[in-house]
Every structure is written in structure tokens, then in C-alpha cells.
Design a protein around this ligand. Sequence first.
Ligand SMILES: [Zn+2]
Length: 301
Amino acid sequence: MDAERIERREGDEMIRMTLMDGQVRVMMCETTQMCQRAADIHHATPVCTAAMGRLMTATSMLGVMMKGENESVTVNIKGGGPMGTVVAVANHGDLKVTADDAQVELPLRADGKLDVGGAIGHEGYMTVIKDLGLREPYIGQIELVSGELGIDFANYYTVSEQQPSLVALGVLVSGDVVLKAGGLLIQPLPGCEEGIIDQLELRSPMFADISREMTFAPKEELLEDWFRGMKPEVLERTPLRYHCACSRHRMEKALISLGRSDLQSIIDEDTGAELGCHFCYSYYNFTTQELKELLERASRE
Ligand SMILES: [Zn+2]
């Protein structure tokens, strides 16, 4: 008898699954539209689209693991490469990304792939900040291994979360079009039989080039193919999207958090203030009069 088929669904989403009656946890996502949105917003070059897309894809996996409604996760990559700092934020299925410089151009690598590791650099750190709505966020930091991000996230899970993991991330770009993007996370849970881990390692070349695989078949078909005979069971499916929740109210709070003296010096210049959001390029303007009112509020709070 055929194994149960996974329902086909279009668009960006995260599929959370188990294999072998819960011995292995799997997450697979498509992030094509989200990566296209990031490329458009940041007018990114192909290598920067790939770098930001891989980071968002990996961050979305951390994002959907968060439980509380207001919990969020931020991943900050400082690798010393020409892109500077690259930051992705996930609020469950809502993702956003920014980079110091998204216009970096680099020659292709010898294997014909975009040089993501070169754009990000590998002399630095990856910092994962989980905001659980408590006073202090959870912060995990790890040295970058390659800047290609797949290996770096696998290393993060293994070292910081003591959870050995296989991570594949891919963003297939042609000019300014994202053809396919997605990711896969495989985590054998404590007590998983050795034979199953061996089986997964044997199969790992099948999903190494995940975005290219996704151009050949729907993600559900790939999952059925990759994990045939391993009792794949879908637990949850979460839609993913690029979404920035910035607002005038949040920008007011940011201005107030500058403190009284900084706010006063902006008021003294009498030119008003324009605040831009690094994630979506929305702009918020404040007149000197509005800044004065904010200063009054800051003084009361
Ligand atoms: Zn924004």
C-alpha cells in the first residue's frame, strides 16, 4: 500500500513533521515569495538576495518553534564580509531582513554558485536573540564557520542547543528573480536509533541542493520521496510571509528611548526628524512640535 500522501499546497509555508514515530524532527519550508519580497525591498544583487534569503529561511525555522504570541527571534550575522551586518527577525511566520549593504557584487564561485560565504564573511559571529517577552532575552552566540549559513546554523543547533542537526538552505536566483527558495532541518531526537541516523546521512545528498530540487517537484512530493519508508507524519503547517510590523507608534517609542537630551538636541535643530525603517523602507516624519510633545511624554514616563 502507498504511504499517505501529503496534501499539495501552493505558496510559502513551513511544514513540521516527524519521522519514525517521533524519533526524528523535520522542518521543511518554501520561502520563494518571501525572498523575492526581500530582493525587491532592498534592491538586492543576486548574491545578497541569496544571503538574506538563506538567513530568513533559517530564521523562520526558529520562529515557528516559538510558542507565545509575542515571542520573536532575531538572528544577527556579523561575518566581516562586504555585506556588513545582516539581520533577520521572525515573529512566528512573519519574517523580515536587512543588511548594511545589499548591493554587493562578487564573482561566482568555482562551482558556479553564488558566493554567499564571501558576501557575509566567516570571521565573526552569529547571534540568536530569543525574545520570550520576559525582562531578559535568551541570547546564544557562536563563531561563524563558513558564512554559507547552512553549516553555521547546523553548528548553532549542535553547540548552543545541544541538538545535532542537518540544515539545508537554498535560494535560486536568476537576475532579480527568485526562482525557488527553501530550507530543510532534520533533527534526530535523543534516543533515536543509530540505523535511522545512518539512513538520513545516506540520503543527505538528495536534499543538499534544496532550491534546485524544488524547481523539479512540489515540496510535498520531495518530502515523500526523501523520507520514503521512514513514516513521515505532518504535524503542522504554518504560512510564511515577509511582513514588517513597524508603525508610527513604534517609531515614537524609539524616539522616546533616545533619552531626553538627545531628543532635546533634535528639537533645538528645528528641522524635525525623519525615521526610516531598515526592514521595509517606510518613512515616518515628525515635526518639531510633535517632537516637543514626545519630549513631554518622555519626561512624564
Ligand atoms: Zn518596517
